[in-house]
Write a protein that binds this ligand. Structure first.
Ligand SMILES: Cc1ncc(C[n+]2csc(CCOP(=O)(O)OP(=O)(O)O)c2C)c(N)n1
Length: 633
């Protein structure tokens, strides 16, 4: 950390006064935003940033210190601080704060120069900090990660997951700073939801330092101490909401209320500032018609891995094992790559098949425990640090349980590869709590996520290898069962040595006419059997496999529609999966044909896979009956 001298403290004090004025200008001008917490934390923010190893002309320098502002609503304070550190012009931030089209959004966004992680959903920042801190260790970079948090925010359970994770991995280069102003929206933090914040952190193995969060020397000393601590440190900084303006101090109302113009004048009289609201008004009007401040181009993860030799499975096996073998193989052959491969697990290692990877790369296997929210965010943050980051879990826990965290990973343009097993109704006997029948629907809401649902172990192998060299977030899904190898018309594996995975390309498994069956996921084996059996009675239905349900193949949809009837098959909620996507595509492309959607219409039952597929009307006999009927219409 940088050593501060007497004159630095004078500078910080002057900047803090100026920043308080700017926070009020910003929030009054936009008539929205959070002045109270911005003013209680501004002394901490400025002192901290003056101590960091950062360079505004090289914002993504790999060895830079990281700050996650978990209470993203204090964006005015953050923008004032970053502007003073040279990342952008303060006039732009004041004039454009919360303006449509501006980068200076209501909550801090990663594309604002100097911001490391988009936040706003409270309780997730410490997990992101864990991801950055662990990434530093894996990348052999000697940086420190700081996470600024609110005190009301401490009520979120995910924070305790992150504390345990940091303690387990002894992330001593991680420091949390809590803005302890003792107020939140609803009033005192002690009445809204009583907690013993200090005791909770200490119980989880953190060293706690308690300071006056407006005393610059005390802030400085605590950060210095934290930077050399051998355990993770939490700094509990006693502050005053609205600090600096007497009528705003200790008033919960100013958590999220702004000053009217006359109140601003009164506040500025106290702060001895100049009321430049007219100037900023003019600036804002001018800006709204002209170019906006530019956001950062986020660095892309392009590992350039050697993808090795594809493995061709001739015997039945499960997709899970094919994924486990592929990632272990990639890790072994890329052991000397500059991009490390890391795999997270949440206490399901045997089921999600990460054992082989752990044998090859024990130090890069991260056991996150039954703490999926923390894992989703920590892994997402790590994936932005030049690390090929994978997380294997059941669909129910890696998607449904953590939907909002994945949405945040999407908003943050992370590079996380989420491999989920046990999706659909192919989960064994566990029943409806474990049957993830909404993964396509959920992923479809995430604008930038790619979704791959491989048909069999061969396509799984190819898809994993392909995904390892792709930037961005990718969700790869599979069921639990041992699956038949998908064969082409001539009985050899369809996805053979020559097969190359292509995102968005559908696979024509069987040529046919009158009916086109379009399937995704585990039902493909049963559909293939049904279609092949029907051939014996001269019913030649076409069969397409869709491995990328969010990127429908235009050729397929046009050819399938020409058949006259399309039957979609999935072991997914029929209201939000492949069938609905196909209906949408037909409609939007003005293609006309009959459509029959087969899928899951109720929360399913426990039972063997065969029994559950039969219950859902997705067994071979039921499929044959639907296809036969459609063929003869
Ligand atoms: C998960 C989540 N729940 C609710 C909110 C709405 N919200 C925004 S700020 C806030 C209060 C935060 O209090 P505190 O952490 O003490 O911040 P301060 O008031 O000191 O700025 C709430 C409930 C949110 N942003 N995220």
């Amino acid at each position: 950390m940088k050593i501060l001298k007497e004159k630095d403290f004078q500078t910080i004090a002057e900047q803090a006064l100026q920043a308080r004025i700017n926070i009020l200008h910003m929030t009054t001008l936009s008539a929205s935003g959070h002045p109270g917490g911005s003013m209680s934390s501004i002394d901490i923010l400025l002192t901290l940033y003056h101590m960091l190893n950062i360079d505004s002309s090289n914002p993504y320098m790999p060895e830079r210190d990281r700050v996650v502002v978990s209470n993203g609503h204090i964006s005015p304070g953050v923008y004032c601080t970053l502007a003073r550190m040279g990342f952008f012009n303060i006039d732009d931030a004041i004039a454009e704060f919360r303006m449509a089209g501006s980068i200076f959004e209501g909550h801090v966004e990663r594309y604002v120069p100097g911001v490391e992680w988009t936040t706003g959903n409270l309780g997730q920042g410490l997990s992101a900090g864990c991801g950055f801190a662990l990434a530093g260790r894996i990348n052999h970079k000697d940086y420190h990660t700081f996470v600024l948090m609110g005190d009301g925010e401490q009520q979120k359970g995910q924070i305790s997951e992150a504390r345990r994770f940091a303690a387990k991995y002894n992330l001593h280069k991680l420091t949390a700073i809590i803005d302890y102003n003792q107020l939140q929206i609803g009033g005192s933090i002690h009445t809204v939801m009583p907690q013993n914040i200090r005791a909770d952190w200490e119980a989880d193995g953190w060293l706690v330092l308690e300071i006056n969060g407006h005393d610059l020397q005390a802030i400085y000393a605590s950060i210095l101490k934290a930077s050399i601590s051998e355990t993770p440190v939490m700094i509990l900084a006693h502050t005053v909401m609205g600090k600096g303006v007497s009528f705003m101090e200790n008033q919960a109302k100013y958590h999220g209320s702004t000053l009217k113009a006359e109140q601003l004048q009164e506040a500025l009289n106290e702060l001895e500032g100049e009321n430049r609201l007219e100037y900023y008004k003019q600036l804002r009007e001018k800006k709204s018609r002209s170019a906006k401040a530019k956001g950062n181009e986020l660095p892309k993860l392009m590992p350039g891995f050697n993808l090795g030799q594809p493995k061709v499975y001739a015997e039945r096996t499960d997709n899970r094992s094919a994924w486990g073998k592929a990632i272990a193989d990639l890790a072994a052959i890329n052991a000397n790559s500059k991009t490390p491969i890391v795999v997270f697990d949440c206490d399901l290692q045997g089921s999600v098949k990460t054992n082989d990877f752990e044998k090859v790369c024990p130090d890069h296997f991260i056991q996150g425990g039954i703490m999926e929210q923390n894992t989703a965010v920590a892994a997402g943050a790590m994936s932005t640090c030049g690390i090929s980051t994978w997380w294997a879990d059941f669909g129910m826990f890696g998607i449904d349980e953590v939907y909002n965290a994945q949405r945040l990973n999407d908003i943050n343009h992370a590079n996380l590869k989420v491999v989920t097993t046990h999706v659909g109704i192919d989960v064994g006997e566990d029943g409806r709590t474990h049957q993830c029948i909404d993964y396509i629907g959920l992923a479809r809401n995430l604008f930038h996520f790619k979704l791959i649902c491989p048909a069999d172990p061969n396509q799984t192998d190819r898809a994993i290898r392909w995904a390892s060299n792709q930037p961005g977030n990718i969700l790869i899904t599979m069921g639990r069962s041992v699956l038949p190898i998908i064969t082409g018309e001539g009985n050899a594996p369809y996805y053979d040595t020559d097969y190359r995975f292509e995102y968005g390309k559908a696979d024509l498994l069987r040529q046919g006419e009158k009916v086109a069956v379009i399937v995704t996921g585990t039902p493909v084996g049963r559909v293939l059997q049904a279609v092949d059996k029907l051939k014996e009675s001269d019913i030649n239905a076409a069969l397409w496999y869709v491995s990328s349900p969010l990127a429908i193949d235009r050729n397929m949809i046009a050819e399938a529609a020409l058949c006259g009837t399309i039957v979609t098959v999935e072991d997914h909620n029929v209201n939000s999966g492949l069938g609905t996507i196909i209906a949408n595509e037909l409609n939007e492309n003005q293609l006309h044909c009959k459509l029959e959607k087969l899928g899951v219409r109720e929360y399913p039952i426990s039972g063997s896979s065969d029994d559950v597929y039969k219950w859902a009307g997705l067994d071979v006999d039921a499929l044959m009956s639907v296809i036969r009927k459609a063929y003869h219409v």
